[in-house]
Ligand binder design. Structure first.
Ligand SMILES: Cc1cc2nc3c(=O)[nH]c(=O)nc-3n(C[C@H](O)[C@H](O)[C@H](O)COP(=O)(O)O)c2cc1C
Length: 348
């Protein structure tokens, strides 16, 4: 993937404030948002011989559904930053590439309009508000619109970070909330729940009748707590490095969580994944599938629905090539034996 070129094209089509919001992160300590990318790439890939790689299969089953590629759209707010039809364009581009997005609570398009216009199945990301009645009302709308699963974000507790809402998209068309038109970005951030307990997982299951995944888990014990509380699976994520300044990379947290949960639990991962090689490393470290956040918005800004479908197909091709040359033909067979820590390209 030539992300420099795609990002340059995206820059030409996004507002300066929108791009700043999209690209921003919490690393005020001199960090950059590519730290997670570098962390994945500290792992070198150790190829294996004497395996038949004539027939490479990149498909995986996620939430009981088979998708063509182990890559889906992580939930990101305000897809209108990147394209006029926002989440509809994103979902349709992903659907063309055989996969889906996790549609955000804080979307540009209201969920009913999104569901009517977008093709294929999608999941609903859930931000809880201090006022659970508001959350319940939104989950009901989402279920009625056809969401197939919920993904509860744990790592954004009434956030106080300022790179988002001081940068100028608050109050603009592209920074307007489709689902809560009266709420400005600042209202949003201040109303997000500051206390989420394991009981909220069960509550969401009960009010929705849907499987509930949890997102933003970085510690093995939290992953175990979530599973014991009835979660369908976990997404290991540091929110694109947008929450904790100086957070550890997901590449560090993921294998520990896989070991704690065992082989059968569905685990997803995101942050900093940009190429098929990155996807391969995340799968080897224990993910069943991975999420892309910013890349979907950049690709949408650069080329709309086509841009997204092409980007996912390209990353999937890169993954297939990596699998072929590393000697593995099924996603389920990619394990830690294919990686060597400290021997990848970013380690030198
Ligand atoms: C602009 C932006 C908005 C985001 N909004 C949300 C959100 O509303 N809910 C959520 O759970 N995560 C949100 N995230 C985090 C993403 O789901 C994901 O964890 C992150 O983008 C992955 O890192 P990547 O952008 O490096 O791929 C957001 C990320 C970005 C970049």
């Amino acid at each position: 993937m030539d992300w420099n070129a795609i990002h340059a094209q995206a820059t030409a089509h996004m507002t300066a404030a929108g791009l700043q919001y999209e690209d921003g992160n919490a690393d005020i300590d001199g960090g950059q948002h590519d730290i997670d990318t570098l962390a994945w790439r500290r792992y070198g890939i150790l190829p294996r011989m004497f395996h038949n790689v004539a027939d490479i299969d990149t498909s995986v089953t996620v939430g009981g559904r088979t998708i063509a590629t182990p890559v889906f759209g992580a939930p990101t707010a305000y897809h209108r930053l990147a394209s006029k039809n926002g989440e509809i364009t994103s979902q349709n581009g992903m659907h063309r590439a055989g996969t889906f997005i996790v549609y955000p609570t804080n979307a540009s398009e209201p969920v009913e309009h999104f569901a009517a216009e977008a093709q294929g199945d999608w999941w609903q990301q859930v931000y809880l508000f201090d006022n659970r009645k508001v959350s319940e009302g939104f989950v009901e709308r989402s279920v009625a619109s056809g969401a197939k699963a919920l993904m509860l974000t744990l790592d954004c507790p009434g956030y106080r970070r300022d790179f988002g809402f001081r940068n100028g998209i608050d109050g603009t068309w592209e920074g307007a909330s489709g689902n809560f038109p009266k709420m400005h970005m600042t209202d949003w951030t201040l109303n997000l729940a500051t206390s989420i307990t394991p009981k909220d997982i069960q509550w969401l299951k009960e009010i929705s009748g849907l499987p509930v995944y949890v997102k933003g888990v970085m510690r093995p014990e939290d992953a175990v707590t979530a599973m014991n509380a009835g979660a369908a699976g976990v997404m290991v994520s540091n929110h694109g490095r947008r929450q904790v300044d100086g957070v550890v990379p997901v590449a560090y947290a993921l294998p520990r969580i896989r070991r704690a949960l065992g082989p059968d639990v569905e685990i997803f991962a995101d942050t900093g994944i940009r190429t098929g090689g990155d996807v391969f490393r995340a799968l080897a470290l224990g993910a069943n599938a991975v999420g892309l956040g910013r890349p979907i918005q950049w690709a949408a800004a650069a080329g709309g629905e086509d841009g997204i479908a092409n980007m996912i197909e390209r990353i999937t091709d890169e993954l297939a090539h990596t699998m072929n040359s590393a000697g593995v033909s099924r996603i389920a067979d990619i394990d830690e034996s294919f990686l060597v820590a400290g021997q990848g390209p970013s380690a030198f």
